[in-house]
Design a protein around this ligand. Structure first.
Ligand code: SAM
Length: 480
């Protein structure tokens, strides 16, 4: 029980006005004061759930599957171990094999699952810090093109770091008010996730101060932003496409009312798809409209709201816009591309790269293959795909992301780090080899089988190529 959890009386009075009959306000308050169970999602781009379960068994980590997400687990570690080494500094986390994500936050991408099986172009309209983006990338298995947008600059950086860690290469990052997509990219997306900015009432179990500034007026103010975003999402969606709207708040002002606005504004052009059968037991949280209203006490989780819609007809945007400004990338000339691909094949036995190679000055980028070139030119991107190298006079010097995102394709010149070597590697040290090697050139460093960066073979050691900003504080790593 967290007695410091701040729950204002006015909030409780408001909740009483809309809590469903089958739930008790007392249970709601008690659950809000009870700390959350920690959950993680296995990043299947780097590790299978079976491998993860084996790792947990070896480490005495207790796991319980999250019923609505095959890759999700509630996780408990021995207390002493947790105190000595936070989960975020463990090998499984550093290698991008797991992502700490609240269990109910795994639901919105799951609601898009059907749509993703045939989606080429996907938009995550409010994406940072990237828990759901990284889940979507894994569900897409890095295929197609996912635009992840974030309005806040500092949070955009966090999103970018997340995507590098999990090995995403099919993402374009943009930095806009999500309200612009309807005007700039009308009918371009097969699927859209709008995990909207909200008042965060559902997060109080994680953050005891989440309700400090609560007021009905602030709910109403945020709902105006949510309406502008959902309207934009409608226009940006192709006819036949799927939209999932979600928030981590409970008030109908930011949930049902925003959905109702969408249904009225575009009457006859959009339909609700019920989520009552999303997983066994989902009906316990399904509203009459077919939305999921996840009260914290139902599944012992954070509070969440999820709604799913199919667009059935189009309405032209009143003010379509086109991007101004040049596209700063050019496709790498075929001869140079061939040379690079040959070098990669020779060193790592990687036969081809999943995408198109572009240049911007000295930077070499791997862009995802897009179904329509227009997608790359419709808006300005902060980045597209991954930076795989930089050109220099003798060819291309590979970059960190080449290893973390494409290293799993290599069958040659990889090195599996043991626990001590991994600690050394993340602390910026070179890796001593037990025996001298004749290997030369670059080597992809792996941890638990997942690629984590680059090194360079030298006679008795692997020289560490980890960039300085990725080197950790040595004291925190004590895996032995
Ligand atoms: N989807 C994220 C995840 O799962 O990690 C969480 C998103 S959070 C609920 C909402 C995000 O919307 C915040 O990062 C916030 O900065 C961003 N945001 C706020 N106003 C926005 C706007 N007008 N357009 C796009 N994003 C916005």
């Amino acid at each position: 029980m967290n007695i410091n959890t701040f729950i204002p009386d006015a909030f409780i009075e408001d909740v009483k006005s809309y809590i469903p009959d089958h739930l008790k306000i007392e249970d709601f308050i008690t659950t809000c004061q009870t700390p959350l169970k920690r959950a993680v999602r296995v990043n299947t781009l780097k590790m299978s759930t079976k491998e993860f379960e084996q790792e947990c068994a070896q480490r005495n980590w207790e796991i319980t599957p999250v019923p609505w997400c095959q890759q999700g687990y509630w996780l408990e570690r021995p207390e002493q171990e947790e105190a000595a080494l936070p989960l975020g500094k463990t090998d499984l986390h550093l290698s991008g094999c797991i992502y700490v994500q609240e269990a109910s936050s795994m639901l919105p991408p799951m609601a898009l699952k059907d749509a993703l099986t045939h989606a080429n172009t996907v938009l995550d309209m409010a994406a940072a810090p990237g828990s759901k983006t990284s889940q979507l990338v894994a569900m897409l298995n890095n295929d197609g093109f996912l635009i992840a947008n974030e309005f806040s600059s500092s949070r955009l950086k966090a999103l970018s770091a997340t995507l590098k860690r999990v090995g995403a290469y099919n993402v374009g990052l943009t930095h806009f008010d999500g309200a612009v997509f309807g005007d700039y990219m009308p009918e371009m997306f097969d699927a859209i996730l709008l995990d909207a900015p909200c008042s965060g009432e559902g997060t109080v179990r994680k953050d005891a101060d989440a309700l400090k500034n609560w007021s009905l007026q602030s709910n109403i103010d945020i709902s105006d932003v949510q309406k502008s975003l959902i309207k934009s999402a409608f226009h940006a969606l192709k006819v036949g496409g799927t939209l999932v709207y979600s928030t981590c708040t409970l008030t109908p002002v930011e949930n049902q009312a925003v959905c109702q606005y969408l249904l009225e504004e575009f009457a006859g052009l959009i339909e609700v798809q019920t989520l009552s059968d999303l997983f066994t037991g989902a009906d316990k949280a399904t509203t009459d409209e077919g939305y999921l209203h996840i009260w914290p006490q139902i599944f012992d989780s954070e509070g969440f709201f999820i709604a799913k819609f199919i667009k059935t007809g189009a309405k032209a945007v009143s003010e379509p816009k086109t991007k101004k400004g040049a596209f700063p990338f050019a496709q790498m000339p075929p001869k140079q591309t061939q040379q690079l691909l040959q070098e990669i094949k020779k060193q790592f036995a990687i036969k081809s790269l999943p995408g198109e190679i572009y240049l911007r000055d000295k930077e070499v980028w791997l862009f995802p293959t897009v179904e329509n070139e227009q997608l790359l030119h419709a808006v300005k991107f902060s980045r597209i795909g991954i930076l795989i190298g930089t050109t220099h006079k003798n060819g291309v010097r590979l970059e960190h992301e080449f290893a973390t995102c494409l290293g799993h394709l290599a069958t040659k010149n990889t090195h599996n780090l043991d626990a001590q070597q991994a600690a050394d590697y993340f602390n910026g040290k070179d890796i001593r080899l037990p025996q001298p090697t004749t290997a030369s050139g670059e080597v992809i460093m792996c941890l638990n089988g997942a690629p984590v960066g680059l090194g360079k073979w030298q006679k008795n050691k692997i020289k560490n190529s980890l960039a300085r900003d990725l080197v950790l504080d040595g004291k925190l790593i004590t895996w032995e």
